[in-house]
Design a protein around this ligand. Structure first.
Ligand code: UT7
Length: 330
């Protein structure tokens, strides 16, 4: 067995911002309500004709590659975690072509806000079993394209962005992906979804139904309760399996959904709020992008140091949630 570690990160957000005040001009809400309930002040939105998740994913990937001066030909596998592809057959292959990672196999992984965590675990399996040496993982979403801008319960939350990490093989003794815990409860899939709605009958002797995808719908209260109750359990299971005490944790890096959720989870685990990585106020909930985006920013701010232990947890639609414990080794 070989180990795996993250050796570079990159991120990208669109230039256009939308503030709480701007949102309050088209739905009944206020800056005060949004800040108090979510901690979000503004988010970035992808604007302009023909811009897609691929554009953000490509910039984030190139930034990660540039940081370590890596030739894209060295990438063996690309996993694009996204729930907002611009091609239902997948968008990862277009990222592969645009960054000229000609030797990489590329596929999408759809797991909403847990997509990055699931991709990190998937990539780690390929590295640890010796199949691949270098994997580019991208979390990227443009949920603005699926947001109902008349629904104040959801349109205040989401923003667009992308984050990329390069995961590489290392000697097993230096393995930095220490352990993980993943969960799904499909019985609650209707609590948060972008569902397919059939509304057209195509009559070719057989009644074939066709339709299109709807806007995001969410039962905010239930998703909130789920996150605050289940994520700490996932973290504790993971730490117990590894025999690591919560006191030894340096950073709590959660999916950036809502500042209150971050604080509530930290409180439940008795983790000092100074250890909580948060940028939700600037970007809102960027779904699969939120964890790698926050990781890239925390590294840029020199917060994370060699040998730090980081809890990374994602949660969201599915409902799916999970944790990875990472030791920062570079
Ligand atoms: O990425 C995946 C995960 N997604 C999440 O983690 C989202 C989790 N949920 C949440 O973050 C919170 O549930 C929200 C921020 C979405 C909502 O906060 P809340 O404290 O749960 O509010 P609520 O839905 O219970 O609504 C409270 C009140 C309601 O009014 P009444 O019925 O008490 O009169 C809502 O109609 O606030 C009202 N409300 C708003 N008021 C002003 C709901 N949205 C808004 C709004 N502005 N944007």
């Amino acid at each position: 067995m070989q180990g795996a570690y993250i050796l570079a990160t990159g991120s990208a957000v669109p230039d256009s911002t939308i503030s709480n005040h701007q949102i309050s001009q088209f739905v009944e809400t206020s800056d005060q309500w949004i800040v108090t309930r979510t901690g979000i002040k503004e988010r970035r939105l992808l604007t302009g004709y023909n811009q897609s998740v691929i554009d953000l994913a490509v910039i984030a990937s190139k930034r990660a590659l540039q940081k370590i001066d890596m030739n894209p030909h060295d990438i063996d596998l690309i996993i694009l975690a996204t729930s907002s592809p611009n091609d239902l057959f997948g968008s990862a292959s277009q990222v592969q072509a645009k960054i000229q990672a000609v030797n990489a196999v590329a596929f999408d992984l759809t797991a909403a806000c847990s997509g990055f965590v699931l991709s990190l675990v998937t990539a780690t399996q390929f590295i640890q079993n010796g199949t691949y040496s270098t994997v580019l993982i991208i979390g990227a979403d443009v949920l603005s394209k699926w947001t109902n801008w008349n629904d104040r319960g959801t349109c205040i939350l989401f923003g667009d962005g992308a984050g990329a990490v390069i995961l590489q093989a290392c000697p097993y003794l230096e393995n930095a992906i220490l352990g993980f815990n993943l969960n799904t409860n499909g019985q609650y899939s209707n609590q948060l979804s972008i569902s397919y709605k059939e509304d057209k009958l195509v009559n070719l002797n057989l009644p074939i139904m066709q339709g299109s995808f709807d806007y995001i719908t969410m039962n905010g209260k239930e998703v909130y309760k789920f996150a605050v109750s289940q994520v700490p359990l996932s973290i504790l299971k993971c730490l117990n399996n590894l025999n690591i005490s919560i006191d030894n944790i340096d950073w709590l890096l959660l999916h950036q959904a809502n500042e209150r959720i971050l604080t509530a989870i930290a409180d439940k685990l008795s983790i000092d709020l100074r250890k909580v990585i948060s940028n939700v106020s600037k970007y809102g909930n960027t779904s699969a992008a939120s964890i790698p985006l926050a990781l890239d920013e925390a590294l840029y701010q020199n917060k994370i140091k060699k040998n730090d232990l980081i809890i990374i947890s994602g949660f969201g639609a599915g409902l799916t949630w999970g944790t990875v414990i990472v030791k920062w080794i570079y």
